[in-house]
Ligand binder design. Sequence first.
Ligand code: NAD
Length: 368
Amino acid sequence: MKDVLDREELAVDMNPVISKMFNTEHEQVVFCQDKSSGLKAIIAIHNTTLGPALGGTRMWNYNNELEALNDVLRLSRGMTFKASISGLNLGGGKAVIIGDSYTQKSEALFRRFGKFVESLSGKYITAEDVGISPKDMEWVNMETTHVSGLPESLGGSGDPSPVTAYGVYMGMKAAAKEQYGSDALEGKKVTVQGVGHVGEALVKHLSKEGAIVTIADINQERVAAIAKKYGTRVIEGDAIYDGDMDIYAPCALGATLNDDTIDRLKCNIVAGAANNQLLDEKIHGRRLMEKGVVYAPDFLINAGGLINVYREVEGISEARAMELTENIYHTTTDIFKKSAKEGLTPQIAAMKIAEERIEAIAKIKSVL
Ligand code: NAD
């Protein structure tokens, strides 16, 4: 067993990703490794002021550990803002498993991961995210009770994706009201990037309302099936950023709003499900605003799934969860008002409200 770091390894301490962990004030970051099952995972707990840190586990073939760490730090911080702005008593956390979700899954890997989750004694509650299936979570659940969003047959609240999509749809309508003076999406050209669990459910709402929907996905089979089912158009590859659209709905992965894409986008609204859509929340949020694009903050409008999972933690009814999700429309409207009044981008305005709630609750907790 190797126990001494060499010079090169020590230099990693200076890596900006690692210093970011301290700058973003994460409470705890756990590196998990198990040779026999091949598990390599990172669990990041950002803030537990409001309650246990809840956030999904993502399985992704990261190029290296630092890329995975960067992702989990960004994602867990986003969960803190999401829970706070949605009025939930939850903190922010997330986990990533480093590996190929098509070839590296096994019962042993997920059960070992479950043991790591259990070792945190409920401070972190996991759920499904990109690359993870209900079956995988069943295995995790064999080793820990701190799993949410399980299938209804196992006593869980089921797939959160349709509720997430409904919240995104509400947020998109609020953005349309802000940009066009009406929240009707009929006749609006909407491009949905990523037609997975959430993307497809969003396409369904949009098609029902009479929006002109275009879809994109790297999974050719899936894109063809969804296009056939809903009669949508298809756009391929990078061309999506130059496409003719009123509304861009990123529902695949994050950071698609960046130096390259913002200049190319011709839309006047961005509203989608993907987490961390802005590569840099300050710079790219401001650039969209200067371009006259109404941006609906991702962590606010994609909170439906978290709200649905919250049913399992707090025991609220399904009806109440839907009410809270529908309310995303009004919260998004309030954020646009705050943004206009204070000259802030919607992203920063939403983050401020989320932070203020956490600070206020931290104060009352300290005197209890
Ligand atoms: P998913 O894995 O079911 O779907 C993602 C889809 O995006 C897949 O079909 C995939 O092929 C496609 N994709 C990946 N890279 C792409 C690219 N470069 N271009 C086009 N398509 C691409 O995931 P999901 O559950 O639908 O979640 C979508 C996004 O929403 C993720 O960023 C997730 O973190 C976020 N989100 C999901 C939920 C939820 O309830 N599922 C909640 C909040 C946020």
